[in-house]
Ligand binder design. Structure first.
Ligand SMILES: Cc1cc2nc3c(=O)[nH]c(=O)nc-3n(C[C@H](O)[C@H](O)[C@H](O)COP(=O)(O)OP(=O)(O)OC[C@H]3O[C@@H](n4cnc5c(N)ncnc54)[C@H](O)[C@@H]3O)c2cc1C
Length: 571
């Protein structure tokens, strides 16, 4: 007799509860559908899809978690298992001691890392008729790429002509290279920058056609660029880029291996790399190839690799950016550069030691409403409404590299609303208040004296600072920092809130050294002729401080060029 049931369950996610429904028909699981969640969509959607298909295939919740999202997937599997058992349904238990599979693959090129750099390179190689194997250590694609808003430059592309019309002709690779150089205070590697700016146009046109991407004008054209040239995808998310590139790649015959973490290289007698070995939960995969594209992303999540410059800075990028290539390529003794350089932003709170969540939307709103930034000594530190780089640098100069945002009740309410809208839960904020300023992140509430004492700010000086600021607001002239009068507002009432503000980073700007050919270089300066690097794993193109959109520009452009250069050699 048919026995159809839908069972509701809830798992604890990273950002809050995950509500889902398990459909059962005659003791068979027929669906696992997510109803509501507040996780990062790019990662979560892929994890949920993979879990669903694994559960349906195995007819069990006692299956392996998804690599790179273990906690989240185990939470879902466990809650599903409990909910189903409560209904009296018994699904098969995990088979113990399954043999590890060994798989050998022959390819023309292996691409290591399935972020944007790797996917672009893989697509280009496939279109030129090569047998390509793309290896990704996580159980989902996208790395850091999946977390960004898809904004990239369109200089020199047909896409730019379509989006910017006649104005596109006013832009040029040279002009873009000059902007990069100025923004990074000439710390960039000019050869790499030139390669990037000369090729981004062709790369954008190539991926647009390959994966049917429909770029439009980016909503924000940031002032660091001297001309409008920033484009983005309709969804404003690089998840769209990753998803469509991967779909087109597999449809056209490319092979993607998920859960395949490259851990070793195989070398011949001359030291030439002839293969890579990747480990997954159930399988050891060996790929023999003639060429390698290395696109493993950054190393921000690897505390051991972080240099002095990162002290006091908190990381908010993916936990999977662990710089693996710096370990598995160690036998080649490769050159690296600028390992201590990071793309640093203001507006972070330290939610775990060394780990940040960004408060940009909320902090910007608070300063637009007149809130001020003070330091431990109780002094204002900056024109709060200036560009982010000024804010960032001012915070770095303070005691403990920390500033505090001082808000009244009405500003706090807006701030709180935006925190909850962007990645914070109400529960989590309550928890921070319960710490009462005794540990990070500092969120405190009370009279001016109370907030100062709890947050460890000099209370007497804070009162003086507030008095002067109130005077500036009343007269419409900021005598201390010359803040734009439209952002000078008096504080209302006698309830105050203080929230810590620390600088944060997600992107590493250093990496392996290459020439414009993108071949890695050994410490002796020799070219590694069959390994090309692309994306964040290579340092230099954007120097010490990348402009908005330029990490995507670098990754897409270098992925495209790395593939073209490999093709020239493979012919
Ligand atoms: C939150 C956030 C916002 C950002 N916003 C912007 C922005 O607005 N504009 C901009 O230009 N840039 C932005 N960036 C930076 C940009 O996203 C990255 O620099 C870029 O996506 C890097 O691409 P990639 O392909 O080099 O690396 P990734 O996208 O990180 O891909 C590398 C892949 O390699 C895999 N991998 C690593 N090691 C191994 C191994 N041993 N074996 C197999 N696979 C491995 C990783 O799991 C990952 O999937 C942002 C970054 C973050 C984190």
């Amino acid at each position: 007799m048919a026995n159809k049931r839908k069972i509701n369950a809830q798992a604890k996610g990273h950002n809050g509860p995950i509500d889902f429904e398990v459909s059962i028909d005659n003791d068979q699981v027929t669906d696992l559908e997510i109803k509501q969640h507040s996780e990062t969509p790019g990662i979560f959607n892929q994890v949920a899809d993979k879990l669903r298909s694994d559960v349906l295939e195995n007819q069990s919740f006692a299956i392996d978690a998804i690599s790179g999202a273990t906690v989240m997937s185990e939470a879902i599997l466990e809650s599903a298992d409990q909910a189903v058992k409560k209904e009296g349904i018994q699904l098969p238990e995990k088979e113990k001691g399954q043999a590890r599979e060994k798989e050998e693959v022959q390819a023309d090129v292996v691409v290591i890392g399935g972020g944007e750099a790797g996917l672009v390179a893989a697509a280009r190689l496939l279109m030129a008729g090569k047998k390509v194997a793309l290896l990704e250590k996580n159980g989902y694609l996208g790395g850091a790429t999946i977390l960004n808003g898809s904004n990239v430059t369109a200089t020199g592309s047909k896409t730019a002509e379509k989006v910017f019309g006649e104005n596109a002709k006013k832009d040029s690779p040279q002009k873009l290279a000059e902007d990069v150089s100025n923004e990074s205070l000439h710390t960039n590697d000019e050869n790499l920058t030139q390669m990037m700016t000369e090729n981004i146009g062709d790369a954008i046109d190539f991926i647009s056609e390959f994966a049917d991407l429909n770029y439009g004008k980016a909503q924000t054209q940031t002032p660091e660029h001297s001309i409008d040239r920033q484009i983005e995808l309709p969804s404003s998310s690089s998840y769209e880029l990753v998803k469509k590139l991967a779909e087109a790649f597999t449809k056209k015959g490319g092979q993607i291996f998920l859960d395949a973490r490259v851990e070793h290289i195989l070398q011949d007698k001359e030291g030439k790399v002839t293969g890579v070995v990747a480990e997954g939960r159930k399988r050891t995969l060996t790929v023999h190839e003639n060429a390698i594209i290395l696109s493993t992303g950054g190393y921000g999540a690897n505390l051991d690799m972080r240099g002095k410059e990162s002290q006091g800075l908190n990381y908010y990028g993916p936990q999977t950016s662990t710089g693996d290539a710096f370990q598995f390529l160690a036998p080649l003794e490769l050159q690296t550069k600028n390992i201590g350089w990071y793309k640093v932003y203001p507006h972070g709170v330290e939610v775990e030691p060394g780990i940040a969540k960004l408060t940009t939307y909320a902090s910007k709103k608070a300063t637009d409403m007149g809130a001020i930034y003070v330091n431990k000594e109780g002094h204002r530190i900056v024109d709060e409404s200036n560009v982010y780089a000024k804010l960032r640098n001012a915070v770095l100069e303070q005691t403990d590299k920390m500033a505090f945002l001082l808000m009244d009740q009405r500003t706090w309410e807006e701030f709180y609303h935006l925190l909850v809208l962007h990645d914070f839960t109400e529960e989590e904020i309550q928890h921070y208040f319960a710490n009462d300023g005794k540990k990070s992140p500092i969120f405190v509430h009370g009279s001016l004296k109370e907030v100062a004492q709890k947050a460890g700010i000099d209370a007497e000086q804070l009162q003086k600072t507030l008095n002067s600021y109130e005077k500036f607001a009343a007269q419409g002239k900021d005598e201390e920092f010359d803040r734009d009068p439209q952002f000078l507002h008096n504080y209302e009432g006698d309830e105050f809130y203080v929230v810590e503000q620390k600088d944060r980073f997600a992107t590493t700007l250093g990496g392996f050294v290459t020439g414009a050919d993108l071949n890695l270089r050994t410490k002796n300066g020799e070219r590694v002729s069959n390994i090309w690097g692309a994306g964040e794993v290579i340092g230099g193109a954007n120097g010490h401080d990348s402009m908005p959109s330029m990490m995507n520009t670098w990754s897409i452009s270098s992925g495209y060029v790395a593939a073209n250069n490999a093709l020239l050699q493979l012919k």
